[in-house]
Design a protein around this ligand. Sequence first.
Ligand code: PLP
Length: 397
Amino acid sequence: MNGKIYLDNAATTDMDPDVLEAMLPYFKAQYGNPSSIHGLAKYARDAREHARASVAELINAEPKEIYFTSGGTESDNWALKSVAFGNRPRGSHIIVSKIEHHAVMNTCEFLEKNGFEVTYLDVDEFGTVDPEDVRKAIRPETTLISVMYANNEIGTIEPISEIGKIAREHGILFHTDAVQAFGHVSIDVKRENIDMLSASAHKMYGPKGVGVLYVREGVKLEPLMHGGAQERGVRAGTENVPGIVGMGKAAEIAKRDMDERMAKESELRDHMIGRILGEVPFTKLNGHSTQRLSGNVNIAFSFIEGESVLMLLNHKGVFVSTGSACASGSLDPSHVLLAIGLEHEAAHGSIRFTLSYKTTRAEVDEAVDAVKEAVERLRAMSPLYADHLKRMNKTEV
Ligand code: PLP
């Protein structure tokens, strides 16, 4: 294997050196527990509050509206369960999209088992939720709308402002899972009428195991875990101070460099999409062509299995994900790709490449060359491809 080409940045990112640098003192000299009352604790408390302000600034929130968590999964669980159980006397209906991350989907399944009703909104062929469908799904007993900011598989960016406006007009709380968008897309919780937002540090060059839930002031929050009085009494447990500091630093860097990073990534993204669609026959872009995360390329390759392409690429040191990857290891195709109308076969033949601002053009070109070779090799062995060629009156396989 030569050097690696990492194109799986939606799974996790390489931490920025400045982030690590900022975190290190809080593992060593500044190891105090923020809840203690002596001098050492003050350093940890100050660092935590500095990080809270940096995170708030990135999305135009107030520092007191930011709660630190263990990551996107906890934030999603907390938002949905808090609103659902906390508002039960008012109603027990929730609206989400069909393409949410499992952190939302499986929380909804849990809520359904506990007597809540969930409407799963369709998306169009590009993975976009129609805000009018949100409006139509609202009932008197609806207490929460949760639609992700950007999809983790196909990169589609949702019409968040429009959905936020509809939710606000109806007095319904609006949560967005912004794990893939936070630090990558300009977000303004006030302008977009977002009441709650989930984010995670490891998707934006910060450390794993830390995230935030933004909760607009005035929205009542029920604790998910019970214990100490941390995070204003609603999120018990000694804070992950180094992680929190890292997330704050990553947010500061994202604010400073976002435009430059997005411009670089989207140019490489479009170059990669153009090369694959232009040079590999029987391919299709999954997701939206413009309303798309700057680092996301998701392609359906007909007649072959995405997992087989992944293995061949892995062998060459090119690291990607399949569109049909499933955390449970089941062979079910991705619910996102099915929701945008792909047949099972096309869903199984999809690959997600996710770039970062560190990705180079040379890496993209090398990856595309490796993809072409892998696809050709697999199609040469594919009975589906042979049948197709026969049908097209071709003789050579
Ligand atoms: N939501 C989305 C859209 C994600 O992409 C992910 C992670 O892949 C999560 C939630 C979960 O975040 P975490 O890994 O921080 O728990």
